[in-house]
Design a binder for this molecule. Sequence first.
Ligand code: HEM
Length: 407
Amino acid sequence: MREIAFDPLDPAQRADPFPVYAEARRDAPVFYAAAFDLWVVTRHEDVLAVLKDDETFSSRNALRSSPREPLPEVREVLAQGWPRMPIIVDSDPPLHGRIRRPITKAFTPRRVAELQPRIEAIARELLDGFAADGEADVVERFAWPLPLRVMGELIGVPQQDLHWLHERSRDWLSLYGATGSVEGQIAAAEGTVELQRYFVAAMEERAREPRDDLMSALLTAVAEEDDPISIVELAGVPLDLLVAGHVTVTRAIGSALVLLLRRPDALEELRTDFDLVAPAIEEILRLESPAQGLFREATRDVELGGLLLPKGARLMVHFGSANRDEAVFADADRYDPRRADVGKHVAFGKGIHFCIGAPLARLELSIALPLLLERLPNLRRAGDGPLAYDPIFFARGLSSLQLAWDV
Ligand code: HEM
């Protein structure tokens, strides 16, 4: 089998992973990456086949990039919380439906639409904090806090808790990578248990005294179920939403800015033509895919891309590669907000795990990008050093982005 030099943590590949995936799509569309014990699925057609067959491809460990189980010391700490607190993204049916139904009922299009004025107000407030400076790290000052605060307001957590929640979310996410020192992993497990305790307590509080927030709406929705999940199981939902709802949008904002800065004509076009905002966002999500790929496990021997994968094989379904597949997207590496085929992108996944937050993500981006371009004229990079991409196996985005503009 043709070997593909796949290493999403290698700095050069973090900066530009796409040639490696193009090579794989051409020569080895499903390939085995021994270093990670992963079968990487790179073609659009195969990615869809996996996403649509949730019986053959289980989502258990959908976020786990490491083949290693957590260390015994880490498991000991996790046992002090709720090691079995389910997370929707790595649940399979029927549990998946028991979690997803109440979310769909509580997280309605109306609730998303009601957030619009708040997203605008938060975005303006953040910009007011640094627009006059002429230079800032826009990831730190805008791309992180905007979606974090929006998620906080949606879920119903006080603003003063957000920084702490953001740090604990990092702990929670880092456990899935199972990398770093033993001490670091133990500290991340402790943070994860604290995060679980926080949301279990918040849910119990709302069970006693409902409020006008998503956590209370989830409790109401779950009570209408025939076979409702428990309050502890439900506490995994705001936790998951908080993480899924901010780390992704942050990355989308940073990646969008870099993409536009490299194409001044596209930036200018977007600044002046509001009708282009929605299709441009889809095209940016297609090209940059903030969630580059997630994981599945084969529940039986199965053929995929001409190979026979054994039962138990771990797969990475590569949304980022599928989104640049020439078999589906003409001139796939080219940014073209007017392309007719953009609707086929899988940046939000497909099938039963399709992103619940897609409408909110689109709304946030459609407010954030025009506002940034309006308030920060003649936007440009400050300095010409390499871009700082986050060392996260399955995500694509910047950890910082120093920009300058005219004041
Ligand atoms: C640009 C931003 C976003 C991107 C690129 C993105 C991407 C994705 C992808 C690819 C999946 C599918 C996972 C899989 O198949 O295993 C997913 C699922 C999910 N997303 Fe998003 N997402 C974004 C924003 C959000 C937001 C804002 C929220 C919350 C408000 C959210 C909540 C979720 C949840 C809860 C799931 C799991 C659904 C399930 O398992 O049934 N996402 N997202």
